[in-house]
Structure formats: structure tokens, C-alpha cells
Write a protein that binds this ligand. Structure first.
Ligand code: CU
Length: 564
């Protein structure tokens, strides 16, 4: 039976693009070329591996829809070169900053001595213009990770790339020879990020002005006049799903726009491992492959017991490895943005030039009372606008113009599939579905709990923790080496925030005991809360929202771990 979908125009188009890539020279690194046989099939010259690696940060371009956009590149490309490492090896990375401004590289999700973590002003001084820094550390883990600049808004301009670490010992569930593809999703704008930040500061909904439509109202997707007035009274909008949208961003798969259609090849019937990385600066993605179930086998690089889903939503900084078994046809990898304003697209195909239908973007989701930390079972919106500004609910939060709400009844939302994912009609991954493959390394109960509120004022585009920005908070969060602590993050905003703790892999508190799923980045749903247990590693560590503009505005702290 042959169900090949060969689109002749696409075939010619793909051939043209391959030529285009060759002409463009260095625009795309070897691992991200428009047509890929798989990461293992790459010639040695196309990946960076071994114990000594040199990376150059410089100025360049990324081509989106045939137009060049300014970019900060690593070794001349966006994304940068893939690092293929092996658990147990030593690594010496020389990073040359060719920019006229300070720079840095941070190894996202790697457990390492804090001086090698690469956050200017926190763990090292940064790399001055026209100079270099050498990072040196052992690789103590395996899985899918990535690296990016932690200076200014350079990450937002393309300064990121994947890291794939092979396990010291082969995992029983995975064939060592299994074909695999990295699918790195990102966002890029033709507008300078500093200008995007300025525009949001002047008008927080600058990029989010999708008007409510009459047809939407009639279809039941939109709000009644009454509901709209209630939201307005609270100075909130149920459409604040994302602050940076497709009106200014373009969404890329392995550095390619939807029309360039990055394509990963496979042999029909063979299991293929896809390493999804959300390297976007400001975007959550809903990832699905219509017609193909995905078996999630790792989260943030940590092995989990296989769980089969049709779709998952993930935030900036998170990674998922999935195994798919495609048949003899092409499939679209559809990575719709959480606010449904745009989509990154790629293709899995048994031969070059094949495409599958691209699913249309689904209707824009709306926020609910749950997203404001309100349980609506007992009452209506009446009185809510008072309650949501009640500072006594969170004594440690510094109330002021930078805090426009406090979650009155924050719920644990670890079983939540994500904004807009509740009614898509198929199985969507939740954190509670994740169960670690191996027992957790530290089974001690936490000695104490640290509650951190994620705070903000949407209208002023202010973002903070406990009501204070990074620059207003002079005290780091103190911990002792080896101390076991439970962090509970309470989201007092109506946006989802992917919160990343550097240098640690923590256990999500989701009721799975000694097989708790381990991660380095946890998304906290709007108005909800999330807890994780962590064993403190010595040093100064960045702790922040991975939406880069939220971090830049102040949703960040330093966690300082002193000797016991
Ligand atoms: Cu955030």
C-alpha cells in the first residue's frame, strides 16, 4: 500500500532551497540543513564534539522567508553548531566574543561548577568585547539540552544552539543506532528586541491587539458584553495569552521558517527519536504531528517512563524527547504558538520533497477565572477585583504599582495540559503524566519550604518576584550546601511563566514519590502554583523566568548556596 504524498511543486521547491542553502554558505549549520538524514548521519565536520571546542560569537543574519534579519550568530550561524558530547567526558570550551559588546554563553540544564555557568554578574564577569573566556567542566549527565547567550537580549537575536549528550551506558529502552533528529524551535523578529521591549513598556498590548469578533462571539468563543465589562473593571483582558505575538515574531524550526520547511528523513516503520528544544525567547509552543502518536521518553534531558501523547505544550527553556514510528508517508510537525497567532512548521518524510497538509491554526484560547487564581465554583466575578489585590494573602510580596494581582486561591495546576489545551480533543501531556525512569538520587524529605511569588503589572509591563525586580532585591535566596528544600512558586499573574533554576535538576512534586520527574525548568500556569524539591549545589545560581523580556524586566533572583 502506498500512501506517499508527493507534491511536485514542493519537490521542486525543496530542491531550490537546497541550492539556496549552499549559496547562502554559512547561514545554517550542518545539523540544521533543510534536509536531514538524522543527527547520527552527520559527517564529523558538521558537528562539534571531543574535549576541546571553540565557539565564536559574532554578528550575522538569519534568512526568514527569503529576507535577511539581523542576528547574533555562533560560528556564523543561527542556530549555532550542535555540541555532541558524551557523559563522563571533560569539556574545554573556548568562547571568542567578536562583538563590540559584552557577551556570554550559558549551558542550559547542565550541572557544573557555578563559575562555569556563564551568567554575567552572577557566576562570572562575562566576556568583554573582542576577548575570550575558557569554560572547563566535566559532563556528568546525558540527554537533550541547549546553550545560549545570557547577556542583554542576544538570545532573542539568535544566539542559541543544541547540546546532545550520549549516555555513558546505552539505555535499554533505546536502540543505540536509532535515527534521531533535533527539532529546535525558536522565534525571531525583524524588529530589534530592545525596540520590542520599549514598545511593550509604552503599551503592554502593543503586539496583542486581536480584536474580539462578532462571529467569534456568536460561535461562543468570545465574551459577552457583561463578561467584557467585568474583565475591564479588573483592568485585565482574557486574551493576554502572550505579550509578544506573530504580529512581530517569526517562528522557526531548526532556523527555518514554515515555507523553507525543514525536513527530517526516516525509513518507513523505523522508530525515530525527536529531540524537541524550545529555544524561543518569548514563545510557548503546542507541538503535535497529526497522524502520529508521540511517546515521550525524556523531559529536560531526564529519562522518563514512556508516555504516549498526541500533543504537548512547552515553554521557553524546556525540552522533550519523543519516539515516533512513522509509516510510509509524510507528516507535518506543527508547532503552533500558545496564543495561536503563529506556527513553526517542519516535515518528517521518507523522501525529499514530500509534504503533508499543514493543519490550520486553531481558535485563539481565552483565559478563565482559574487563570486568575480564582475558584469560580462558589461565586461569580463579583468582589473579585477587590480580593485579587488583597496583599494579606501573600505577606512577603511587596505591594505597589508593580503588582496588579495576588492569586486569591492558587491551585496546584500540575495536571493542567496548558492554556487552551483542555478541549483539543486528544491526549495532551501534563507534568503529572511524567514518571522518572530511575529512582530519584536524593530521597530525603525537604527540611523547609521557600515560597516565591511570580508577580507583575501587565499594564506597565513590569515583571518581578515577590513584588521586587532583580535590581530592587538586594538579598539573594540563601541556601546551605546539600540542603533539601521545597520551592513553591505561586503565579500571581495571568501569564504562564517557565521558571528555570540554573545548575540543578529538581524533582517536581506531583505525587510520584521516589520516581518524581526531574527537570530544570518548570512552567507555572497563570494564577496557579507549582512545587519542586531540590538539593542545593554550592555557588551563586540564576533563578528566573525564561521569557527573556520578563527576565530582563526583573523576574529573576540569585540563589546563593553557602557551605554547610
Ligand atoms: Cu515570565
Amino acid at each position: 500500500m502506498s500512501s506517499w504524498i508527493i507534491d511536485r511543486r514542493a519537490l521542486l521547491g525543496a530542491a531550490g532551497q537546497l541550492g539556496g542553502v549552499a549559496l547562502a554558505g554559512q547561514a545554517t549549520p550542518g545539523w540544521a540543513k533543510t534536509l536531514s538524514q538524522g543527527a547520527a548521519a552527520l559527517p564529523q565536520s558538521e558537528v562539534l564534539s571531543g574535549e576541546a571546542i571553540t565557539l565564536r560569537i559574532g554578528k550575522g543574519h538569519v534568512t526568514i522567508g527569503g529576507k535577511p534579519a539581523k542576528a547574533i550568530t555562533i560560528n556564523g550561524t543561527v542556530p549555532g553548531p550542535m555540541l555532541q558530547l558524551k557523559e563522563g567526558q571533560m569539556l574545554r570550551l573556548t568562547v571568542i566574543n567578536e562583538l563590540d559588546e559584552p557577551s556570554s554563553l550559558h549551558w542550559h540544564g547542565l550541572v557544573l561548577p557555578f563559575q562555569m555557568d556563564g551568567v554575567p554578574g552572577v557566576s562570572f564577569p562575562g566576556i568583554p568585547p573582542r576577548s575570550s573566556f575558557t569554560y572547563e567542566f566535566p559532563i556528568v549527565q546525558h540527554g537533550t539540552y541547549w546553550y545560549h547567550s545570557h547577556s542583554g537580549l542576544q538570545e532573542m537575536m539568535g544566539c542559541y544552539a543544541p547540546i546532545v549528550i550520549e549516555p555513558a551506558e546505552a539505555l535499554p529502552a533505546l536502540l543505540p543506532s536509532m535515527r534521531e533528529h533535533v527539532v529546535l524551535l525558536s522565534d525571531h523578529s525583524f524588529v530589534n528586541p530592545a525596540r520590542i521591549a520599549r514598545n511593550l513598556k509604552v503599551e503592554a498590548d502593543y503586539y496583542n491587539r486581536q480584536p474580539q469578533t462578532l462571529s467569534g462571539l456568536m460561535a461562543g468563543h468570545e465574551l459577552s458584553l457583561d463578561q467584557r465589562l467585568s474583565w475591564a473593571k479588573m483592568r485585565m483582558s482574557p486574551t493576554d495569552i502572550a505579550d509578544v505575538t506573530a504580529s512581530v515574531m517569526h517562528y522557526l524550526a531548526n532556523g527555518h521558517g514554515p515555507d523553507e520547511n525543514w525536513t527530517g528523513l526516516f525509513s518507513p516503520g523505523e522508530p525515530v527519536r525527536l529531540r524537541f528544544i524550545n529555544a524561543a525567547s518569548m514563545t510557548f509552543f503546542n507541538v503535535r504531528i497529526p497522524g502520529l502518536a508521540m511517546q515521550v521518553v525524556a523531559a529536560d534531558g531526564q529519562d522518563v517512563q514512556p508516555v504516549t501523547v498526541e500533543e504537548f505544550q512547552f515553554g521557553a527553556g524546556e525540552t522533550y524527547d519523543v519516539i515516533v514510528t512513522p509509516q510510509n508517508r509524510a507528516y507535518t510537525i506543527a508547532a503552533e504558538t500558545m496564543d495561536r497567532s503563529g506556527m513553526a512548521r517542519a516535515t518528517l518524510a521518507p523522501a525529499a520533497g514530500m509534504t503533508a497538509p499543514v493543519p490550520p491554526r486553531r481558535a485563539r484560547p481565552l483565559l478563565t477565572m482559574k487563570d486568575m487564581g480564582m475558584d469560580m465554583s462558589g461565586g461569580a466575578m463579583k468582589g473579585m477585583s477587590m480580593k485579587m489585590r488583597d496583599g494579606s494573602l501573600a505577606p512577603q510580596v511587596k505591594m505597589g504599582p508593580g503588582v496588579d494581582m495576588i492569586s486569591a486561591m492558587p491551585e496546584d495546576r500540575m495536571s493542567d495540559p496548558g492554556i487552551g489545551m483542555g478541549d483539543v480533543g486528544h491526549k495532551v501531556l501534563t507534568y503529572r503524566d511524567l514518571v522518572a525512569l530511575h529512582p530519584n538520587p536524593d530521597l530525603r524529605a525537604p527540611e523547609r519550604e521557600i515560597e516565591v511569588h511570580l508577580t507583575g503589572a501587565m499594564e506597565r509591563y513590569m515583571w518581578s518576584m515577590d513584588g521586587k525586580t532583580m535590581s530592587q532585591a538586594h538579598e539573594p535566596i540563601p541556601m546551605r550546601k546539600g540542603e533539601r528544600v521545597r520551592f513553591t512558586l505561586v503565579n500571581d499573574t495571568m501569564m504562564a511563566h517557565p521558571i528555570h533554576l540554573h545548575g540543578h535538576i529538581f524533582e517536581l512534586v506531583t505525587g510520584h514519590g521516589d520516581h518524581s520527574p526531574r527537570k530544570h525548568t518548570v512552567t507555572v500556569q497563570p494564577g496557579g502554583k507549582a512545587s519542586f524539591d531540590v538539593t542545593a549545589e554550592p555557588g551563586d545560581w540564576a533563578f528566573h523566568c525564561h521569557l527573556f523580556l520578563h527576565m530582563a524586566m526583573g523576574m529573576m533572583r540569585v540563589v546563593q548556596v553557602r557551605p554547610a
